[in-house]
Design a protein around this ligand. Sequence first.
Ligand code: HEC
Length: 195
Amino acid sequence: MDSFEINKILGAVLGCCLALLSLNIAAGALFTPHAPAKPGYDVVVQKQAAPGEPAAPAVADEPIAKRLASADATRGEQSAKKCAACHTFAKGEPNRVGPNLWGIVGRAKAAASFNYSAAMKAAKGNWTLEDLDVYLKNPRGMVPGTNMTFAGIARASERADLITWLNAQSDNPQPLPKAAELAPASDRRAEMTPR
Ligand code: HEC
C-alpha cells in the first residue's frame, strides 16, 4: 500500500468523523431538551378524612344562634338516638359508657359523678350552646384525648336540633334565641316605632 492509499483511508475516516460531529451538532440544535423546573412529577392525592373524623365541610357553618332559631326539638330527639348507646338523658338515670346528660346545657364540664378522662376533667367552664356545638361536631377535635369515641355530627342543622332537644332535658332550660331576636336591627326599630 502506498502512502496515497493510506491518505485516502485516513481522509475517509476523518470525513466520516466530521460528518458525525456536524450531525450531532445539528440534532442538538433541532431537539433541545427542556429540563423541568421541578424534577419528578406531581402525584395528586386527595386529602381524605381520617377514619372517625368527619369530612371537612365545604362551607363554614352558620352561627349556632342563627341555627337554633330555626331548630326543631322533635328532629333533635331523633338524632339523640345516636347517643343513646352511651348516654341516658332523663333525670336520675344511671351513667352508661358516658355520663347521664340531664341538664347538660349550662352544666359544668365533667360535673357528673362519672369517671371522666383526664382531658375532659381539664376542660374548663360550662357547656354553653357554642361549646356543645363544637364538641358534637368533632369531640376529639375540641377535647383531644376524650373518651367519647363518637365521630361527631357533621350537619350543622342537625346539631342545632339536637342541642335544642338537649336543652329541654333540664330542670331549668336556657332561653334559646328566637328568629325574631335575630332580625336585623332596622326591622326591630320599625317594630318599636310608636304608631
Ligand atoms: C360510644 C359512646 C358514646 C357516644 C355514642 C356518645 N358519647 Fe358522649 N360521652 C361518652 C363518654 C365516654 C364521655 C366522657 C368523655 C370523657 O371523659 O372524656 C362522653 C361525654 C359527653 C359529654 C360531656 C359530659 C360532661 O359531663 O361533661 C357530652 C356533652 C356528650 N358526651 C354528649 C354526647 C351526645 C349529645 C352524643 C350523641 C350525639 C354522644 N355524646 C354520643 C361516650 C359517648
